[in-house]
Design a protein around this ligand. Structure first.
Ligand code: SF4
Ligand code: SF4
Length: 187
């Protein structure tokens, strides 16, 4: 009888997080993509990405910009009918993409700008984040995106100026401690 290979598959790598094995139960309902505030900028919705992972499309998945545009709002995770830890899977994919060298300054700078805004204001400033990213990396696309962004401002879904949260000092202390723990190798 042939022995089963012990080499982990791409699916195994992605699922190697707490609850990650639930990815096998994805029913492709699309609730995650339909809930995602960054969906318009992603080259594959989370649902599509999960189908590609199940199909073993390692390189296509790790070269995707999807997880770099994830702003960790957890909206998809709380709405997923299968309790799949989608946001944590996005983090895992970022880690695997970095390890494989499949990322570019364009997409990581979006992620870095987002983190910088959270450290400064305690929340993201979507208009600044989107316009800065598109003007810097995709100037022609910024023209196409501008009606969408202005429409969101008009409907009160985006602000023209960054808004700082009240507990910013406490948040900064938490982020500082998290960085210290990371440097100490606590996770
Ligand atoms: S919401 Fe959950 S079950 Fe539905 S497509 Fe997304 S990951 Fe799959
Ligand atoms: S956690 Fe990420 S993938 Fe999920 S809805 Fe929010 S931005 Fe989209």
């Amino acid at each position: 009888m042939a022995e089963k290979s012990s080499t982990p598959t791409f699916m195994d790598e992605v699922m190697a997080i707490p609850g990650g094995e639930r990815l096998r139960t994805c029913i492709q309902c699309g609730t995650c993509g339909g809930s995602c505030p960054s969906g318009a900028a992603m080259d594959h919705t989370p649902r599509e990405l999960f189908a590609m992972i199940l199909a073993g499309m390692r390189e296509e998945v790790l070269r995707s910009n999807t997880f770099w545009f994830c702003v960790s709002c957890y909206y998809c995770t709380i709405r997923c009918p299968q309790d799949i830890p989608i946001t944590d899977i996005m983090y895992q994919l970022k880690r695997l993409a970095i390890e494989a060298g499949y990322y570019t300054a364009s997409i990581t700078s979006f992620s870095e700008t987002f983190v910088g805004q959270v450290e400064t204001y305690g929340r993201s400033f979507e208009l600044g984040l989107a316009t800065g990213h598109y003007l810097r990396h995709h100037p022609l696309q910024s023209i196409r995106m501008s009606p969408l962004m202005l429409g969101m401002v008009a409907r009160g879904r985006m602000s023209f100026t960054p808004q700082r949260i009240r507990g910013i000092r406490q948040l900064r202390a938490i982020l500082r401690r998290a960085k210290e723990l990371e440097e100490e190798g606590a996770w």
